[in-house]
Structures are given as C-alpha cells and as structure tokens.
Design a binder for this molecule. Structure first.
Ligand code: HEC
Length: 127
C-alpha cells in the first residue's frame, strides 16, 4: 500500500488550485465606474509606463513606492508596506490619512464601498 497520489489526482489538484486562484481566467475584470478618475493619472496595463502617477499594473503585493521609473514622494517611498486589498481600500478612501504627505492629488473615494470596489479591481491587475 502506497500513499503516493496518481498522476491523474495530481493533475486534477493543480487544475483545481489554478481555477480557484483565478489563474485560468482569461478575461480581465471590468473596472468599476469610479476607476475612470484614477485613469486620468494612472496607466494600468502591463506595458505602459508612468503617467502623472505610477503604473498600477500588478500593484497587488507590490511594495508601495517601488516602481523604478517613477519619482515618488519621500512619504510614499518610506511608507514601506506591500499593497493589499485592505491597505489599498484605506488609501483610496483617504489618501492623505493613509499615507500622510504623499503627492497624489486625489481627495478620496465617495465612500468605503466605492473604495473597496476599486481596491478589489486593482488586485485583479496582474500578469
Ligand atoms: C491627480 C492625479 C491622480 C489621481 C486622480 C489618482 N492618482 Fe494615484 N497617484 C498619483 C500620484 C502622483 C501618485 C504618487 C504619490 C506619491 O509618490 O506620493 C499616486 C500613487 C498611487 C498609488 C501608489 C502606487 C505605488 O506604486 O505605490 C496607488 C495605489 C494609487 N495612486 C491609486 C490610485 C487610485 C486607485 C486612484 C483612483 C481612485 C488614483 N490613484 C487617483 C496621482 C493620481
């Protein structure tokens, strides 16, 4: 009696895990309507460079203030955290409170639900 799983079991497990993490999803999520204002200052596709603000592609898990070709404020460079759905939502709701003295000229989303919708969308922007 051996406990080694069959190749078929392993394949099924890998496919299930990939599906669960969205790795097999081919269609990017549609941005919430409130994302339009962000797009005035931010690119959000893989090959785009910085605009007025840094490119937001693959922002989830990235350390704040870490895109090499963008000139961040000292505040954003020293914030230190990696971006998650939670700290993105807090930043989008009230940028000046979440990262004091940052240079993003945006007053914040209308409410927590709108901020969360944008943050959740940002987390889907990955390669
Ligand atoms: C008026 C222009 C402007 C608008 C509008 C704007 N941003 Fe920004 N954003 C910036 C700038 C400039 C920075 C750099 C801040 C710094 O270095 O202090 C920035 C930084 C960021 C960062 C940190 C990026 C990193 O690489 O660490 C995130 C996340 C972000 N913005 C998301 C958003 C979202 C989401 C919206 C819409 C709700 C938005 N921004 C609207 C200009 C803007």
């Amino acid at each position: 009696m051996t406990l080694v799983p069959s190749p078929r079991t392993l394949l099924f497990t890998a496919a299930t895990a990939a599906f669960a993490t969205g790795a097999l999803a081919q269609t990017p999520a549609a941005p919430p309507a409130d994302f339009a204002v962000c797009s005035a200052c931010h690119e959000s596709t893989a090959k785009a460079g910085p605009s007025l603000g840094p490119n937001l592609f693959a922002i989830g898990g990235r350390k704040a203030g870490s895109v090499a070709d963008y000139d961040y404020s000292p505040a954003m460079k020293t914030y230190g955290a990696a971006w998650t759905a939670d700290n993105l939502a807090a930043f989008i709701l009230d940028p000046a409170k979440a990262v004091p003295n940052n240079k993003m000229d945006y007053g914040g989303a209308s409410d927590a639900a709108a901020a969360k919708a944008i943050a959740d969308y940002l987390m889907t922007l990955k390669g």
